[in-house]
Design a protein. Structure first.
Length: 451
């Protein structure tokens, strides 16, 4: 669901409404100023014509004061005007409005206007007019501005709500797409959902999601480079042995003894296993791994694997304990599950101190297979990444092998993919210094991809 910030929306809407009110008031004020200038021009033309007609008809200014007092009230909006008539010598002969004192105060005002009166080509005086109208917006302008501000406020709120909704939905899709690029671990999904719920700003969430994706891509690039180097190393050694041995045999024209042929055969098996593991992992991750399912005993399969690697365990001074109460039969790919057990047991034997325990049983979710060792354990921060391709936890280095012989880190990744291909899952638990345990849960019968 999109997240909005009400405070930002109200603040922006208020600012927009305030600007609108100010703009309307400014337009009203400018309109009134223009109207006042027009009125003052009209006022001056009217009274100058009035004075000129009086002077022409009376041949002077005698009686103009009484005539102006009688005619002044009939002028529209007369309460806002000041009118004075001066003779040719500049003496006041008549006035209307606020009188001589107010007119004298208007002498330096920009609102004061005057016009010379010419009768028969002779200057007979002048008319001074002024307006004491204040240039403040009228009540109508105030009400109009308030109404416009409220309308704009409402429109901006609605518009912002719609735009923020669209933006948040777009950012939410971006966050989900970014999250989909990350590893699909349940704990990651839960942590991300909790993180998203705690943040009110999708921009922050999207930025953090992209940062997480970038970190993951950087990590994948590091893994890729390491993988290329490790695969090259794993292939270089057996290929070098094969080439050197065969070239020596060709150069000396000698027949290789069985011991040499056996060593070469072991190296080809090593290369073939590496290529096979990579191919199986690629098929499983792409969803194209075909399973040849049939009914078989998981208990008997586990016991057979134990017997096959018992000699290797004894050479390392380790014992393997097998626990089961029932003959558990499942419908699955026997060969793939045998490889799954081999990978888990081989991993446990590399890290155990004295013993490895393999338990087969039933739970409410189906059959389970648990392999535990008494090794040094795994660091907590390494556990979520144990089943990633090419990942090797440095905290859990083998007690019986060197780092170079520890493999490419494909074994547990294959275990995870095989379990998921059967509709199951694999989990790991460990306490530092107390060993580790891996549990594989499998449905007794599933609808997985079959051949």
């Amino acid at each position: 669901m999109g997240k909005r910030n009400p405070l930002r929306m109200w603040l922006l809407a208020t600012i927009t409404a305030f600007i609108t009110v100010a703009a309307v008031l400014l337009c009203g004020w400018l309109t009134m100023i223009h109207s006042d200038q027009t009125e003052r021009q009209r006022l001056l033309l009217y009274w100058s014509s009035y004075a000129a007609q009086f002077a022409e008809s009376h041949s002077g200014w005698e009686g103009v004061d009484k005539q102006l007092a009688a005619d002044g009230p009939y002028y529209p909006e007369q309460e806002l005007i000041d009118v004075a008539i001066l003779d040719a010598k500049g003496q006041l002969v008549a006035s209307y409005g606020l009188g001589e004192e107010r007119l004298q105060n208007h002498a330096s005002s920009s609102k004061k206007q005057f016009k010379t009166i010419i009768v028969n080509g002779k200057n007979v005086g002048k008319v001074i007019t002024g307006s004491h109208q204040e240039h403040w917006p009228k009540l109508t302008i105030w009400l109009l501005s308030l109404a416009a501000g409220l309308v704009v406020f409402a429109i901006v709120l609605v518009w912002m709500n719609l735009m923020m909704g669209r933006l948040n939905r777009s950012l939410a899709r971006l966050v989900n797409q970014a999250h989909s690029l990350l590893p699909k671990r349940q704990e990651d999904h839960s942590a991300w959902a909790a993180y998203s719920d705690q943040h009110d700003d999708w921009l922050v969430t999207a930025s953090d999601a992209l940062t997480a994706v970038q970190a993951y891509i950087d990590r994948l690039e590091t893994v890729r480079r390491t993988m290329v180097a490790d695969v090259a190393h794993e292939l270089r050694t057996p290929l070098a042995i094969l080439r050197t041995t065969l070239e020596n045999a060709l150069f000396t024209e000698t027949i290789l003894p069985p011991s040499k042929i056996s060593a070469l055969h072991s190296e080809t098996i090593r290369v073939s296993k590496l290529v096979y593991d990579l191919q199986e992992l690629a098929l499983a991750e792409s969803g194209h791994l075909l399973l040849e399912k049939k009914w078989f005993s998981l208990s008997e399969l586990s016991l057979a694997v134990i017997e096959a690697i018992a000699v290797d365990a004894e050479e390392k001074g380790l014992s393997i304990q097998f626990k089961t109460e029932l003959d558990i039969r499942i419908h699955a790919d026997e060969n793939r599950l045998r490889q799954l057990v081999v990978n888990l047991l081989g991993n446990a034997l590399r890290h155990a101190r004295t013993k490895v325990t393999l338990t087969v049983g039933l739970s409410q979710e189906g059959a389970f297979l648990m392999i535990a060792d008494d090794g040094i354990g795994i660091e907590e921060e390494d556990i979520p990444r144990l089943f990633e391709r090419f990942y090797r936890a440095q905290s859990g280095l083998s007690l019986h092998e060197t780092t170079s012989a520890a493999g490419l880190g494909l074994g547990l990744a294959i275990v995870k993919q095989y379990a998921q291909a059967h509709g199951g899952r694999v989990t790991a638990q460990s306490s530092w210094g107390e060993g580790a345990s891996f549990t594989v849960l499998l449905p007794v019968m599933s609808e997985g991809r079959s051949a």
